[in-house]
Design a protein around this ligand. Structure first.
Ligand SMILES: C[S@@+](CC[C@H](N)C(=O)[O-])C[C@H]1O[C@@H](n2cnc3c(N)ncnc32)[C@H](O)[C@@H]1O
Length: 220
């Protein structure tokens, strides 16, 4: 499908490169309420997998997408999209020839997002990240944005997905993840040469955004 072409200038900070698409998928207050209810119901059913009672705030969303070099990024993935707060921003930012893969385990949420963003490619399980890239012939990723609740995962799942992220990232790519504590910084430092952390107080609960660069050798 032919998409509107973005401007070619380089942006130091994220800007809306596809305002047409932004307005097309803008969420009105009714839809936002419905999303919050959906998210909360999902939290009641599966608190550990969902990881939070509310979707991420606008402030957190901004910090999460900012580190990706959108004018250059050709291959990007989002892990744990939920109701799509980051997906909506990614959809506004990606260049027209980029491939964007979205991973969301919950079937209802994934199908809902797929209907909203038919140009993106959807997959259930972040644990299969490298397998999906290999199947689709996609090279290492320029950016990975994760909303996965790593702190709630058992260590085997947490380590498995962090290995996938580090192993799937290009040497100059960036992995961005948020957490509600600093407890897992050591797990990130084992896999990335640089881990830079910022606190986002205007989120419920306040969150730490970890920006990870320089993937280190990861076992396969
Ligand atoms: C805290 S929510 C984040 C949603 C959204 N990105 C946000 O920040 O509001 C985490 C999401 O990760 C999904 N998830 C959990 N395990 C997953 C996995 N192995 N692969 C893909 N998604 C997963 C859950 O279903 C849930 O929707």
């Amino acid at each position: 499908m032919q998409r509107q072409h973005p401007s070619r200038e380089t942006h130091a900070h994220p800007v809306l490169k596809h305002p047409g698409r932004a307005s097309r998928i803008r969420v009105d207050s009714g839809e936002a309420f419905e999303e919050h209810v959906m998210f909360f119901r999902k939290f009641l059913r599966a608190p550990l997998k969902t990881g939070s009672v509310l979707p991420s705030s606008e402030y957190l969303t901004r910090e999460m997408v900012k580190p990706v070099d959108w004018p250059r990024a050709r291959h990007v993935a989002e892990l744990g999209a939920g109701t799509g707060v980051f997906t909506r921003r990614i959809d506004e930012m990606y260049r027209p020839d980029a491939e964007v893969l979205i991973f969301e385990k919950d079937d209802a949420m994934r199908q809902r997002l797929h209907a909203q963003f038919p140009e993106l490619s959807f997959h259930p399980d972040a644990l299969h990240l490298r397998e999906i890239l290999a199947q689709r012939g996609i090279p290492p990723l320029d950016g990975i944005i994760s909303g996965l609740p790593f702190s709630n995962f058992p260590p085997s799942l947490r380590n498995g997905i962090l290995d996938e992220a580090a192993g799937a990232l290009a040497p100059d790519g960036v992995f961005v993840t948020f957490m509600y504590s600093l407890r897992l910084v050591g797990d990130l430092k084992k896999r990335f040469r640089s881990v830079r952390t910022t606190l986002v107080p205007l989120n419920f609960p306040p969150a730490f955004v970890h920006v990870c660069r320089g993937p280190l050798g990861v076992s396969h």
